[in-house]
Unconditional design. Structure first.
Length: 207
């Protein structure tokens, strides 16, 4: 297995799927890496299409190449994160026996939302999410779609009742953002709060 340092410090699974809002995923990874959190990164095929479309980031096909390029893009050492193939059932994310306790799917497409809500586990993102739910670990989904159909809403309600944190990509405007980065940070800061990750830079209501 490439690049996994034998770390005692915290590790998380960050999955990106093909919903709009790839910048949220990249920014979240940047902030987690700054806190020395090791990232197990799962990217769906559609996520790679959206990364190219929205962020001009064209990743190679193989997971090892993805790890290298993503680390370069985020400005971190190659041992700080590891990407996996879509069906790598030998990765830590695939098993409840791993010591990973938190996972975020950001952005989360309605397709992946449906797969998770129905326990499909057909690829590593769905399997990893299924593991988090069955092991009662923390799973955060950041869904993005509009409008939402009754199918989407039923899936979200089902997952919320199972204890999954639903943090829809709906930035607020009460802090009067002037730039897109501020809207991205608004969402990422809420996710970091739910992950209990130190984030002193976050703008907070009433401060
Ligand atoms: C540029 C772009 C933006 C998209 N935006 C969304 C979106 O916001 N929400 C969504 O559910 N699907 C969106 N899609 C469609 C998904 O990518 C598509 O349903 C895909 O099959 C999802 O696969 P995945 O869940 O494996 O990533 C978008 C696709 C593209 C190319």
């Amino acid at each position: 297995m490439q690049n996994i340092r034998n770390i005692q410090n915290r590790a998380m699974i960050i999955a990106m799927t093909g919903a709009s809002g790839a910048a949220y995923g990249l920014r979240l990874m940047q902030k987690l890496l700054k806190e020395n959190i090791f990232l197990h990164v799962l990217l769906s095929d559609a996520a790679c299409v959206v990364l190219k479309q929205e962020c001009d980031l064209l990743l190679p096909e193989k997971a090892a190449g993805k790890s290298k390029m993503l680390a370069e893009y985020l400005g971190v050492d190659a041992t700080s994160l590891c990407c996996y193939e879509k069906h790598d059932w030998f990765s830590p994310a695939a098993s409840g026996s791993s010591n990973i306790r938190q996972m975020v799917v950001v952005p989360c497409s309605m397709g992946t939302l449906a797969g998770i809500a129905n326990g499909i586990s057909d690829h590593l993102i769905e399997r990893a999410a299924d593991v988090m739910i069955k092991e009662r670990k923390q799973l955060i989904l950041v869904p993005r779609e509009t409008p939402l159909s009754a199918i989407h809403l039923e899936h979200m309600l089902k997952l919320s009742r199972l204890g999954v944190d639903m943090i829809p990509a709906m930035p607020g405007f009460y802090h009067r953002p002037k730039a897109i980065d501020e809207l991205i940070d608004f969402m990422v800061d809420r996710i970091l709060d739910h992950l209990h990750v130190n984030n002193a830079e976050a703008k907070r209501w009433g401060e």
